[in-house]
Design a protein around this ligand. Structure first.
Ligand code: NAP
Length: 320
């Protein structure tokens, strides 16, 4: 029988890649999309004939119940959230509404309308904030340091609590930063790869960045969504870190991106303290032993391959 999946956050980076993966696996895919005054379907336009889009919003419980009742999904992936950390400081209450309470509404809707559905919650390494240990594991204490991380921690524990209390098949994937050509240029990885392509093509001549020594655990969004799917194919629900297990500095990223276009980064890049992150996380890097040994997942793309494919994408897009 054809499996049915519902994705919230379909219009986002991960939602679009997950929809492609599930369609390739023969799923019937439903996407929850909130109303907006202009189209936000750019990332999924190429799939529009294959996906059933249902109107709903994490702010509205009845819309979530209607969508679940209509789709009758076997699997539900909650990828929707206010996902930009700096904005969570200027809109903390709205971030909590979407990213924390939105998950309560969704869990309650699943419990009432489709309790046998398998559920994936997009947790984030930002729950660790200022961790006691590095690398982190699934047992590392949560010490979030921004409203986004706090909201994700709430959503994470609600998902675990609904699993324990109601015996639902609920999983949390604690993802570290993952990137792709579909990432917005407000995120540093895409900002750099996009700028390298722009500078190469003569469309820009400088790139201002914050802390070049900041290190991140980066992986490819396509690898991350495969882990999400794999987690829901197991007999027992569980929570896993989804990471590369390695860190690279912003400087290494800049060097790699400018090497891809044959330029010396030092001729174009300057440091602007305005871009420093006040709440810079302390060495966030995931130990991926549990997901590797437990369910056989590991990233397929290296850091260098990821940089290269993103620079290539922007070179082609900007030249067309
Ligand atoms: P994204 O590109 O920012 O997409 C967020 C999605 O959420 C968009 O489709 C957005 O819809 C939707 N959304 C926001 N508020 C909503 C609401 N009230 N009701 C319904 N939908 C709403 O995020 P992403 O990069 O794909 O990330 C996917 C998930 O993983 C997010 O939960 C994010 O917090 C988490 N995560 C991401 C990373 C990463 O590196 N990418 C790392 C850790 C965790 P609109 O198009 O209408 O705005």
């Amino acid at each position: 029988m054809t499996k049915k999946a519902l994705i919230t956050g379909l219009t986002g980076q991960d939602g679009s890649y997950l929809a492609e993966l599930l369609l390739n696996k023969g799923y019937q895919v439903f996407g929850l999309v909130r109303r907006s005054s202009s189209s936000n379907l750019e990332r999924i336009n190429h799939l529009s004939g294959d996906i059933q889009i249902l109107s709903g919003d994490l702010l509205d419980q009845s819309s979530l119940m209607d969508v679940i009742a209509e789709a009758q999904p076997d699997e539900i992936y909650n990828l929707a959230s206010q996902s930009y950390v700096p904005l969570s400081w200027t809109q903390p209450a709205l971030t909590a509404e979407y990213t924390a309470l939105g998950v309560s509404r969704l869990l309650e809707s699943i419990r009432r309308c489709k309790p046998d559905a398998k559920f994936y919650q997009a947790s984030s390494s930002e729950v660790f904030g200022q961790p006691d240990e590095s690398p982190q594991t699934e047992l590392t204490a949560f010490r979030p340091r921004n409203p986004y991380g706090v909201a994700k921690a709430y959503a994470h524990w609600m998902t675990v609590n609904y699993r324990q209390k109601y015996n639902l098949y609920n999983c949390c994937g604690i993802t570290y930063t993952h990137e792709s050509p579909r990432r917005g240029t407000e995120f540093v990885f895409r900002k750099i790869t996009h700028a390298a392509a722009q500078i190469k093509l003569g469309l820009a001549n400088e790139l201002k960045l914050g802390n070049l020594d900041a290190r991140r655990d980066w992986c490819y969004a396509k690898d991350a969504v495969y882990a999400m799917w794999l987690m829901l194919q197991q007999e027992q629900p569980d929570d896993y870190l989804i990471a590369s297990g390695e860190t690279y500095s912003v400087k290494e990223l800049v060097e790699c991106a400018f090497n891809c276009v044959g330029l010396n980064w030092q001729d174009y890049v300057s440091v602007d303290p305005a871009f420093y992150r006040a709440d810079e996380p302390v060495q966030l890097v995931g130990c991926i032993d549990k997901i590797k040994i437990g369910i056989g997942w590991q990233p397929q793309y290296s850091f260098n391959q990821l940089v290269e494919l993103m620079v290539d994408y922007d070179l082609k897009k900007l030249s067309s």
